[in-house]
Design a protein around this ligand. Structure first.
Ligand code: DGL
Length: 265
């Protein structure tokens, strides 16, 4: 089982922020990344639909023989993590608990902001996860749907993203949050403008980075570390338009993606 790849899935290209952090921490691991580009976005869909999609993605990865599954999508983690944990025989790691734990731990005054897709925010998953670890926390959550297309367009600085960030984040500034969770795969690309609007005193929590740490912990604890010293295989699968995934994926990895395979499911 140790030689098997880690399976990672997202609604599309955004989970590459999580993939990137996993590879930094676990460079010897093989990875199969699945982007469900035929059904993206998940962030505006209902819980039942997202759970159905997440089950399908997990099925594709299990058919590829993965040793664990990383739900590298905040919306899918918010709605489907419990179901996947209950149903799957392999370990499952989502992106919500790691970011929530870090925010609860580092917040000075317990005023914590969370930004994400409409689905992630409506689910209340971050709110529950943060207050489960820190009952005195005051969680201020805000959906920022335009950040996803801005990141995909490569509009990560300049007046357009700055204006969007000012408009979205105004109420979190007014609530004087001291910590802000970037609760969507795409938001680390906008960390510059988000940080500039929130100001230096506000700590930004990158859920992708925290998730990679959680993945490393599970791999070590379950004795799943790959032993082989040969170069690990990294595969990228998408349910639609591999070329578009490669084009946008470059922005998320600062690198050229290798071949991307189309899968039907
Ligand atoms: N990957 C999604 C998330 O982190 C953002 C894109 C989408 O809406 O599917 O919630």
């Amino acid at each position: 089982m140790c030689e098997a790849p880690i399976g990672v899935f997202d609604s599309g290209v955004g989970g590459l922020t999580v993939y990137r952090r996993i590879v930094e921490l676990l460079p010897r691991e093989a990875v199969v990344y699945l982007g469900d580009t035929a059904r993206v976005p998940y962030g505006t869909k209902s819980a039942d639909t997202v759970i159905r999609y997440a089950r399908s993605c997990a099925g594709v990865l299990l058919a590829r023989g993965v040793k664990m599954i990383v739900v590298a999508c905040n919306t899918a983690s918010a709605y489907a993590l419990e179901a996947l944990e209950a149903e799957l025989a392999v370990p499952v790691v989502g992106v919500i608990a790691p970011g929530a734990a870090t925010a609860a731990g580092i917040s000075r005054g317990g005023r914590i902001g969370v930004i994400g897709t409409p689905g992630t925010i409506a689910s209340g998953a971050y709110d529950r996860a943060i207050r489960g670890r820190r009952p005195d926390a005051r969680v201020h959550a805000k959906a920022c749907p335009l950040f996803v297309p801005l990141a995909e367009e490569g509009w990560t600085d300049g007046p357009v993203p700055l204006g969007a960030a000012q408009a979205y984040l105004e109420e979190l500034r007014a609530a004087a949050v001291d910590t802000l969770v970037l609760g969507c795969t795409h938001y680390p690309l906008l960390a510059g403008v988000i940080g500039a609007v929130m100001g230096e005193g506000v700590a930004l929590v990158d859920s992708a980075r925290e998730t990679a740490r959680a993945v490393a912990k599970v791999v070590v604890e379950r004795e799943l570390l790959r032993k082989s010293s040969t170069r690990p295989d990294h595969r990228f699968l998408v349910s639609d338009d591999p070329e578009n995934f490669m084009r946008i994926g470059r922005r998320f990895l600062d690198d050229v993606l290798p071949a991307v395979e189309w899968v039907d499911f």
